[in-house]
Design a protein around this ligand. Structure first.
Ligand code: TRP
Length: 455
């Protein structure tokens, strides 16, 4: 049961694993979602809480998902079924799969915008974002193309090729971000943006802000829906899970922080509203490019690299769902990819039409009231809050209870120790985190948010 079967394959090296896991983690979550959520939640204080969540909750929890995967060599449903056959815990695995579809449905819409912006930067620089995103004949085909690309990669098993490419391209993306940061912080009026991003004002922190920070940390690290269980299942016993996991968390966080330095000075220098929601980076970035020589070309390059970063993330989302149907329902890979892909397209359509195309989807106050759902009003952002925030936190809560109490922190710690240099003291501390701190803190935050929501 614990020896990996030959057909499943394993990462060829530790670096291979780190790159693939970082490829899943680094994506639109860092560059699109982190600035938009930070902007809506007041800036610096949110960033501080976000960093605390990454270190105190997400890092220990990431290790737990990885060891569960490595131990069972299975997808989330299979892993739980193997350890507790026939128990209601299987439901948690099913929640993971549903969350995968939920996130992919709107994530691929944003990825479609990103893809379209490659060409917009080169050919239609004058087209403004509001028109672009409200044109169904533009956004729906882009969404379909991006989802199709993801399906093609997951179906054709060409992930390896993509990973080899992203080894070169992701450092290039980071380099280009560094250039944009320099431009952004030297724009006149940039100081206000830096203050917004770096000077915390804790008086504005509400349970909603803390929830957003926790959800963003899970989202950015691809946690709470079993993606890292699946990735861990390809790891060998010789691998140091602790060090690898720490690297992934570090890289992911650095890229998110860089995105903030790139966006916020420019937001204030160009007079935009930091709380403008999902469109934030799409309206602000082109303004930075306009002030650079060869801006159109640089812009196209940036959005090309970002599309590839998004692709390595959508692959991991679709992979979890497909692995479930292949491993647990005995569907063929082809059938799984087609069924999940078409279903995801249908579920994603309202998101694609929710940025000005259909009024009832753009402002859903008829459903969620004037307060919005976790402060969100359009269909896409509501899906994002529901799946990309709440469902991930709930998934992580249940999985940390499963790993810490049902499978058992001791067994998990034994698995963690294999191949790692972690000291016995740290290992004990980790057990305390996975059993008590992670589930209790997540529960407190969830309860507070729901209480505020129910009045
Ligand atoms: N972490 C990715 C990003 O930041 C998105 C993502 C990929 C994801 N797989 C996931 C989020 C699994 C949650 C769960 O863009």
């Amino acid at each position: 049961m614990t020896t990996p079967s030959a057909e499943r394959g394993q990462w060829s090296s530790r670096v291979g694993f780190i790159l693939a896991a970082a490829g899943s983690a680094i994506g639109l979550g860092n560059i699109w979602r982190f600035p938009y959520i930070t902007g809506q939640n007041g800036g610096a204080a949110f960033v501080v809480i976000y960093l605390l969540c990454v270190v105190l909750i997400c890092l220990p929890y990431l290790l737990a998902e990885l060891v569960l995967g490595r131990h069972t060599q299975k997808n989330p449903v299979g892993a739980i079924r193997l350890l507790r056959p026939g128990s209601p815990w299987i439901g948690v695995g099913v929640l993971c799969v549903l969350t995968g579809v939920g996130i992919l449905s709107y994530y691929a819409v944003i990825a479609g915008w990103t893809f379209g912006y490659i060409f917009k930067n080169l050919l239609f620089a004058h087209l403004d974002f509001g028109h672009f995103v409200a044109s169904p004949w533009i956004v729906v085909p882009l969404f379909a193309v991006f989802l199709g690309l993801t399906m093609w990669v997951v179906f054709g098993g060409v992930e390896q090729g993509i990973e080899r490419w992203s080894k070169v391209l992701m450092p290039l993306l980071v380099l280009l971000m560094a250039v944009l940061i320099v431009r952004s912080v030297t724009l006149p009026g940039a100081e206000k943006g830096l203050a917004f991003y770096l000077k915390p004002d804790f008086s504005k922190v509400t349970p909603g802000v803390v929830m957003a920070a926790l959800g963003q940390a899970f989202f950015s690290l691809s946690l709470g829906m079993g993606a890292m269980i699946t990735y861990g299942s390809y790891l060998s016993r010789r691998e140091d899970v602790v060090a690898s996991g720490a690297y992934v968390a570090l890289f992911d966080t650095l890229v998110a922080l860089m995105a903030g330095f790139m966006i916020f000075p420019a937001v204030f220098a160009t007079g935009h509203d930091p709380a403008s929601g999902p469109r934030l980076v799409f309206v602000v970035l082109p303004e930075i490019f306009q002030t650079l020589p060869l801006g159109g070309l640089l812009g196209a390059l940036f959005f090309l690299l970002l599309s590839i970063a998004a692709l390595t993330s959508t692959i991991s989302l679709l992979e979890v769902v497909v692995a479930y149907f292949v491993d647990e329902r005995r569907w063929s890979r082809k059938r799984s990819v087609w069924v999940v892909g078409v279903l995801t397209f249908l579920i994603g359509l309202p998101s694609a039409l929710s940025q000005g195309t259909v009024e009832g989807l753009t402002r859903m106050d008829w459903l969620v009231g004037e307060e919005g759902f976790l402060g969100q009003h359009d269909f896409l952002s509501i899906m994002d809050a529901l799946w990309g925030n709440l469902a991930l936190a709930l998934g992580a809560l249940l999985l940390s209870v499963f790993i810490g109490w049902v499978w058992g922190a001791e067994k998990a710690a034994q698995e963690l120790q294999q191949g790692s240099q972690i000291s016995p003291g740290l290992l004990r501390i980790w057990q305390v985190f996975i059993r008590y701190i992670c589930p209790v803190v997540i529960l407190i935050i969830l309860v507070n948010v729901l209480r505020g929501y129910l009045g």
